[in-house]
Design a protein around this ligand. Structure first.
Ligand SMILES: [Zn+2]
Ligand SMILES: [Zn+2]
Length: 125
C-alpha cells in the first residue's frame, strides 16, 4: 500500500517545465526523465485523422463518430514527430521514463539473481 501511495504522489507532477516543443528531458520539479509522445486517432473505416483527446489516460477521438463516414471504430497511432498538420489532431502524452532501468538489463537481472530478491528491489526503486 505504501509503495502504491508513493507512486501516486509522484504521479501528481504534471511536468509543466517539459514543454510540447521538447522531445524529452528531465523534469526539474520531480527529477523524472520525461518523454513527450504525440498520438493521433484515425478512423479505421475511411482512414481520416480524428481530433484526439486523452480521457483517463487513454487516447481516444474527441467525437464518438467519424465526421467523414460515420464510423465508430478508430485506431490510435503514435507519431514519431509532430508536424504542423498533425498538431491539429494530435494529443500529447508526457511519459515518465524510469531512470537507469533499461528493459533489457532488468530482464537479465531477474534471471540471474533470483536468490537475492531484496537487492533487486533496491535496484528497481
Ligand atoms: Zn515532473
Ligand atoms: Zn471514417
Amino acid at each position: 500500500m505504501f509503495l502504491t501511495n508513493l507512486f501516486n504522489l509522484r504521479k501528481a507532477c504534471s511536468h509543466d517545465s517539459i514543454t510540447p516543443d521538447m522531445e524529452s528531458g528531465y523534469c526539474p520539479d520531480c527529477g523524472k526523465f520525461i518523454k513527450n509522445e504525440w498520438y493521433i486517432t484515425r478512423c479505421t473505416c475511411c482512414g481520416v485523422k480524428l481530433k484526439s483527446v486523452v480521457i483517463k489516460g487513454e487516447v481516444q477521438p474527441l467525437h464518438n463518430y467519424c465526421s467523414n463516414c460515420g464510423g465508430e471504430e478508430y485506431s490510435v497511432e503514435k507519431l514519431s514527430k509532430i508536424n504542423f498538420i498533425d498538431i491539429n489532431f494530435a494529443v500529447l502524452q508526457k511519459k515518465e521514463i524510469e531512470n537507469g532501468v533499461k528493459p533489457s538489463d532488468s530482464t537479465i537481472c531477474w534471471q540471474e539473481r533470483t536468490a537475492s530478491q531484496p537487492k533487486l528491489l533496491v535496484q528497481y526503486l
